[in-house]
Design a protein around this ligand. Structure first.
Ligand SMILES: Nc1ncnc2c1ncn2[C@@H]1O[C@H](COP(=O)(O)OP(=O)(O)O)[C@@H](O)[C@H]1O
Ligand code: SF4
Ligand SMILES: [Mg+2]
Length: 323
């Protein structure tokens, strides 16, 4: 990429440390995010996608989890080193996040309007009328048809789809430079998923935001994202442009995930399931962590951990990549 990244995660490791236990869950992850791009992060459950995203905003459960290496550069500062108050100024204002389960993320004690205006006031000294205007605008931007009515409702009065739009409004209300969306539509039905993703894509373009989208859905990756990163057992195993990776995956894991995908642009397409299971972070083998599920496994795979290497224009971590 020619332009400077907005967010640059370099060699990030996240580990669990406690009474006599210590192992890394996320290992040596480097991911950059550029202005006005959508980056998809994909991989099976338990591969460290959420921890990576949460660490950007210092939201990992610490203890027992800690950042054990690397840096997260944003605006000339390393987000792993800044104070809690500096992070509060960034979180929800410059970098915002939308989670998978909106129902549990919205505080049931407050109306939608209070949640939104409080989010504005946490970052800007504005009069209540201005905060209200910004809140109503954010609801409309998130694709909510009747913002005035929703403003006075409580979270329990909202459907799943509307709740997720309220979460998006909360994330947008301070006009962030980066929106991180962690499986934002997984809990919703297919039609609502498609509408919300379409809206996210439009918003990214209208606002020139960068979007980091964690998803299980390859249809979404194909239709929304510019670049993609594939994670397995806490590591990046392949990364490149969506066009190149989907057309010609080099890592056997990516290839397996794409396996049975017939038409990438026809609706919602989940990752294919690969036989076997993802090893837990405390039981990783010495060589390639995908070895026991891989049909391209050769001798070296069991003894030497592969490094991430540039192959054509994608990066691949594999001793015997697919051509
Ligand atoms: N608070 C925690 N304490 C211990 N292990 C955790 C914690 N949070 C996540 N993990 C472990 O870290 C790994 C990666 O989790 P996560 O980032 O949520 O994966 P993903 O989002 O890719 O499904 C999993 O093995 C999970 O069990
Ligand atoms: S390094 Fe070997 S075992 Fe691992 S994915 Fe590549 S071919 Fe398969
Ligand atoms: Mg997750």
């Amino acid at each position: 990429m020619e332009n400077t990244p907005l967010l640059d995660i370099c060699n990030l490791s996240i580990g669990l440390r406690g009474d006599g236990v210590g192992y890394d869950i996320v290992r040596d992850v480097s991911i950059s995010l550029h202005p006005n791009e959508t980056l998809a992060v994909v991989g099976e459950s338990g591969c460290g996608k959420s921890l990576t995203a949460l660490s950007i905003l210092s939201l990992i459960a610490s203890p027992p989890l800690f950042i054990t290496g690397g840096s997260i550069m944003f605006g000339g500062r390393d987000l792993t080193q800044i104070s809690a108050s500096e992070m509060r100024a960034i979180r929800g204002a410059e970098i915002a996040m939308v989670f998978q389960d909106p129902m549990s993320a919205l505080d049931p004690m407050f109306t939608v309007g209070t949640l939104l205006t409080s989010a504005v006031k946490a970052h800007h000294k504005v009069k209540s009328a201005v905060a209200k205007k910004l809140a109503l605008d954010a609801l409309a931007d998130a694709g909510i048809e009747d913002p005035k009515r929703r403003f006075d409702e409580y979270p329990f009065q909202l459907s799943g789809g509307i709740s997720q739009r309220v979460m998006i409004a909360l994330a947008l209300v301070n006009n962030p430079k980066i929106l991180i969306a962690d499986e934002p539509t997984t809990a919703l039905d297919v039609t609502v998923q498609a509408q919300i993703l379409e809206r996210l894509k439009e918003l990214k373009n209208e606002r020139g935001m960068a979007l980091m989208l964690i998803t299980h859905n390859l249809g979404v990756v194909a239709s929304v994202a510019d670049r993609m990163v594939v994670m397995y057992t806490g590591e990046v195993v392949e990364s490149g442009t969506v066009a190149e990776v989907l057309a010609s995956p080099h890592h056997p894991y990516t290839n397996g995930l794409l396996g049975a995908v017939p038409r990438l642009n026809s609706g919602i397409t989940e990752l294919t399931s690969i036989p076997g299971r993802v090893p837990q972070p405390y039981e990783l083998p010495v060589g390639c962590t995908f070895a026991d599920r891989c049909d391209r496994n050769i001798d070296i795979c069991g003894v030497e951990h592969p490094v991430l290497e540039l192959r054509a224009r994608t990066e691949v971590r594999c001793h015997n990549p697919v051509d």
